[in-house]
Design a protein around this ligand. Structure first.
Ligand SMILES: Nc1ncnc2c1ncn2[C@@H]1O[C@H](COP(=O)(O)OP(=O)(O)OP(=O)(O)O)[C@@H](O)[C@H]1O
Ligand SMILES: [Mg+2]
Length: 420
């Protein structure tokens, strides 16, 4: 192992570095790095690493193993700067989190870590991550990321020739809107083996969007520009902005930087929706929690507007305000489908009574009740995989799959009724 700035003068070429506030805390990491790379690696602190990377020529370092402890969470900005510096020099980032909160982990993954392996490291986990990033380096970038060609997406029949637009908004933070949007999109993209509909997810949660995280997709710098220039964009330009998930799902990710929600207005949103509807059978929009000046644009345009909430006072009060706001603006409340997440199970009679009371007091009925899917759900989100891929039998997955089937049947039925 080499230390600090001595890196530059080491005779053995340094191909990687650990970056942490205290490398000696991560004994297993040191051991694994030695096993994988022998002497060809160094260790740096966060600030040191940022400066070191900034001074490097691109191609001089293969990856960093960024080890972040619970204690480092108070200053995640510093850690984020290391990721940014690494990305700017095409250095891969393997995140090694120890006891980070989901929000902290999500934030770091969102900034562009290529892979993550929780600490304490499981046997062979670092090795696998290194193999993975090395394979990724050798594979040419997917066409949707760089080439002017459109991403490969399923080219299903255009149902009735019109796209279905579904939007999802949470009425209280963390009530599963993005989990629903991503998994519903994936279920729909896989719903028909022989003639799948083409599906696009648009992440309009401009500040906290996590669709890219939940599907392990890169956030592209270009997104902000794309959004701002949406009114002059054509279908080809729109397709170039998309990234593909396993060639079956196309995603318009949120911008890589946090931007004000009013950086776009109804015109830009309308333009994006027009383009998406032109190119895809099904468009799913992940909306920000806050009501914005273009919420009504999406609401008016959507076929269905899913609002997620949970069985608590916070959700009930927010739902009440949401309904009142829509009513006062004369917006189409009938499109809103209330989705109760982490709904009480069959045997939870007390929960069921509370659920009934909540629905009655809001004057709504819950169109869908999603069960708590346990840790598998968080893990699948953190691993960037839809539930159908990582936890097929999970109760939440089953329920979202049913929801998607219902939607698809309705769409196909409608198309048939129109005689197309
Ligand atoms: N039914 C469920 N069972 C278990 N975990 C769930 C369930 N629904 C959501 N989660 C988990 O809760 C967390 C928040 O979910 P998600 O990001 O989908 O919510 P959100 O409403 O989009 O939140 P935000 O306010 O950040 O936009 C995630 O870690 C997700 O994996
Ligand atoms: Mg969300």
């Amino acid at each position: 192992m080499s230390s600090g700035l001595a890196l530059k003068s080491e005779p053995a070429p340094i191909v990687a570095c650990t970056v942490s506030s205290m490398v000696h805390h991560f004994g297993l990491l040191i051991e694994d790095m030695e096993n994988e790379l022998g002497e060809a690696w160094g260790d740096l602190g966060f600030d040191e690493a940022r400066e070191f990377i900034n001074a490097l020529e691109p191609g001089n370092l293969e990856f960093i193993a960024l080890a972040v402890r619970e204690e480092d969470e108070t200053d995640l900005g510093r850690v984020g700067e290391v990721i940014r510096a690494a990305r700017s020099k095409d250095i891969k980032v393997i995140l090694i989190p120890e006891n980070l909160t989901t929000a902290g982990l999500r934030e770091l993954l969102r900034l562009g870590a290529d892979d993550f392996v929780p600490y304490p490291l499981a046997e062979g986990a670092l090795h696998d991550a290194i193999v993975k990033i090395r394979t990724e380096v050798q594979v040419p970038p997917p066409p949707q990321a760089t080439s002017p060609e459109a991403p490969r997406v399923a080219t299903g029949q255009r149902l009735d020739g019109q796209s279905a637009i579904f939007a999802v908004q949470n009425l209280a933070g963390g009530t599963g809107a993005t989990t629903l949007a991503v998994n519903m999109a994936w279920e729909l993209a896989n719903i028909d083996k022989t003639n799948p509909p083409s599906v696009c997810v648009i992440d309009l949660d401009l500040q906290n969007g996590s669709v890219a995280t939940y599907l392990d997709l890169p956030r592209r710098e270009i997104m902000l520009e794309m959004l701002q220039d949406a009114t002059s964009m054509d279908a080809q330009g729109f397709k170039q902005a998309l990234v593909g998930f396993e060639d079956k799902l196309s995603v318009f990710t949120a911008p890589s930087e946090i931007v004000p929600l009013d950086i776009i207005g109804p015109e830009e949103v309308t333009a994006v929706l027009d383009l998406a509807a032109e190119c895809f059978d099904i468009v799913i929009i992940d909306m920000p929690r806050t009501m914005v000046m273009w919420t009504d644009t999406v609401l008016n345009r959507a076929d269905m507007y899913f609002a997620t909430l949970e069985l608590d006072l916070r959700s009930a009060q927010n739902a009440m305000r949401f309904i009142k706001a829509l009513r006062s603006e004369d917006l189409p409340l009938d499109k809103v489908q209330y989705v109760l997440n982490r709904a009480p199970g069959m045997t939870d009679l007390n929960g069921k009574t509370r659920m009934k009371k909540m629905a009655e007091s809001l004057g709504v009925s819950f169109s869908n009740m999603l069960p708590d899917g346990g840790k598998q759900v968080v893990q699948s989100c953190d691993n960037g995989e839809p539930l159908a891929e990582s936890a097929k039998k999970n109760a939440l997955r089953k329920e979202i799959s049913k929801l998607a089937e219902g939607l698809y049947k309705a769409m196909v039925g409608e198309a048939k009724a129109k005689g197309k």
